[in-house]
Design a protein around this ligand. Structure first.
Ligand code: NAD
Ligand code: UDP
Length: 330
C-alpha cells in the first residue's frame, strides 16, 4: 500500500482522522476532504506539517475532480444526534456523495471503499447479524435518513460495479469508539465517559437492556486498509466489528468503575426505533480478510478515557473545546 495517493472523504472526523494517520505513516500521500460538519481540524492538526498530507474543504454533495489511486468514502455524520439534526442533508450526503465519488472512481479506474454501517440491518430480528441478513429498517422513521441513505449508497456501489465495472469495497461498520470521538455527539461511549469524568448523571436510555458490540478504532482501521488492498474480486459487503456484546447499562457501570466516578445512572426515554440488539457475525471478515479485533473493551476504554480526560483538563470544559472549533458546522 506504500506510495499511493489516497483520498479520504470525512478525513477530519473520528474514524477518518485515524485512517489518515495510518495511511500517512504507511508512506502514502493523503488528501483529506471534509466540510467540517462534525469533524475538526484539531483531529488532523498533527498531520498538517507533513508534505504527505493535505486538507481540502469540500462538500461531497458536489462533484470532485482530483487525481488519486484509491478512495475511502467516509463523509457522513454518524451519531444519531448529528445525523438527525438535518436529516435531508444527511440523505443527500450519503446518496449524492456516493454518486459523485463513484463517478470519480469510474473516471480514474481506481478502487473505492464505502464506510457502510450495521444500521443497514435496522432493529435486527436475526442475531448476530450476518451479511446475508436483509435487515429490518423503518423506512419512514427518524433514523431512516441515515439507514436508508446508507442502504441506497450500497445499492449505488453495487450498480456502479455491475454496470460500470467500478472496483468497490463495501464494509459494514458496527459501533466503533476511541480517541477523537466528538465529545458532544451523543453516542453512548462518549456521553458516558464525559458524564463520568464531570461527575454528572449517566444517561441510560430505556431500561439499558439493549445491547451493542463495541470495536476499538485501531482494529477497525486495520480492517479498512486490509479490505481496500484485497484483489478486485472482493467487493463485500463485509461486517467489521467486535462481537463482544454488552448491555448498555453494563457499559455505563463499567465506565463509572474505570473512571472511579461518583456519577449515578439515570434512565431517560428510549429513542424511537433504537435497535434492541446488535452483534456482528464476523465469519466473513475472518475468512476473506484474515481479520479479527484484538483490543478488549477495557483496554480500548482506558485509552478513550485518557483522551477525554486530557480534553477536559486542557480546555476546562468540553463546551470550550466545542466552541473552539469542533463541530462548528452544526
Ligand atoms: P464523524 O462524524 O466523526 O465523521 C464524519 C466526517 O464526515 C466528519 O469529519 C464530517 O465533517 C464529514 N462530513 C459530513 N458530511 C460531509 C459532506 N457532505 N461533505 C464532506 N464531509 C462531510 O463520524 P465517524 O464516526 O468518524 O464516521 C465516519 C464514517 O463511518 C461515516 O460514514 C459513518 O456512517 C461510518 N460509520 C461509523 C460508525 C461508528 O461507530 N463511528 C459505525 C458505522 C459506520
Ligand atoms: N445510549 C444511552 N445513553 C446515551 C447515549 C446512548 O443509553 O447517553 C444508548 C442508545 O439508546 C443506544 C446505545 O446506547 O441504545 C448506543 O447508542 P449510540 O448512539 O452510541 O449508537 P447507535 O444507537 O447508533 O448504535
Amino acid at each position: 500500500m506504500m506510495g499511493k495517493r489516497i483520498l479520504v472523504t470525512g478525513g477530519a472526523g473520528f474514524i477518518g482522522s485515524h485512517l489518515c494517520d495510518r495511511l500517512v505513516r504507511g508512506g502514502n500521500d493523503v488528501l483529506c476532504v471534509d466540510n467540517f460538519l462534525t469533524g475538526s481540524q484539531a483531529n488532523v492538526v498533527h498531520l498538517l506539517d507533513s508534505r504527505h498530507f493535505e486538507v481540502m474543504r469540500h462538500d461531497v454533495t458536489t462533484p470532485l475532480d482530483v487525481e488519486v489511486d484509491q478512495i475511502y468514502n467516509l463523509a457522513c455524520p454518524a451519531s444519531p444526534l448529528h445525523y438527525q439534526a438535518d436529516p435531508v442533508r444527511t440523505t443527500k450526503t450519503s446518496v449524492l456523495g456516493a454518486i459523485n465519488l463513484l463517478d470519480l472512481a469510474r473516471q480514474l479506474g481506481v478502487p473505492i471503499l464505502q464506510a457502510s454501517t450495521s444500521e443497514v440491518y435496522g432493529d435486527p430480528e436475526v442475531h448476530p447479524q450476518p451479511e446475508s441478513y436483509l435487515g429490518h429498517v423503518n423506512a419512514i422513521g427518524l433514523r431512516a435518513c441515515y439507514d436508508e441513505g446508507k442502504r441506497c449508497a450500497e445499492a449505488l456501489f453495487f450498480d456502479y460495479h455491475r454496470q460500470h465495472q467500478v472496483q468497490i469495497k463495501v464494509i459494514r461498520i458496527f459501533n466503533t469508539y476511541g480517541p477523537n470521538m466528538h465529545p458532544e455527539d451523543g453516542r453512548a461511549v462518549s456521553n458516558f465517559i464525559v458524564q463520568a469524568l464531570r461527575g454528572e448523571d449517566i444517561t441510560v436510555y430505556g431500561d439499558g437492556h439493549q445491547t451493542r458490540s463495541f470495536c476499538y478504532i485501531d482494529d477497525l482501521v486495520k480492517a479498512m486498509v486490509t479490505m481496500m488492498n484485497t484483489d478486485g474480486s472482493v467487493t463485500g459487503p463485509i461486517n467489521i466489528g467486535n462481537p463482544d456484546e454488552i448491555h448498555i447499562a453494563q457499559l455505563a457501570k463499567l465506565v463509572i468503575e474505570m473512571t472511579r466516578s461518583r456519577s449515578k445512572l439515570v434512565h431517560k426515554a428510549l429513542p424511537v426505533d433504537d435497535p434492541r440488539q446488535r452483534r456482528p457475525d464476523i465469519a466473513l471478515a475472518r475468512e476473506v480478510l484474515g481479520w479479527e479485533p484484538s483490543v478488549h473493551l477495557r483496554a480500548g476504554l482506558a485509552r478513550t478515557i485518557r483522551y477525554f480526560d486530557e480534553l477536559l483538563q486542557v480546555d476546562g470544559t468540553v463546551k470550550a473545546r466545542v466552541l473552539a472549533g469542533i463541530g462548528t458546522g452544526l
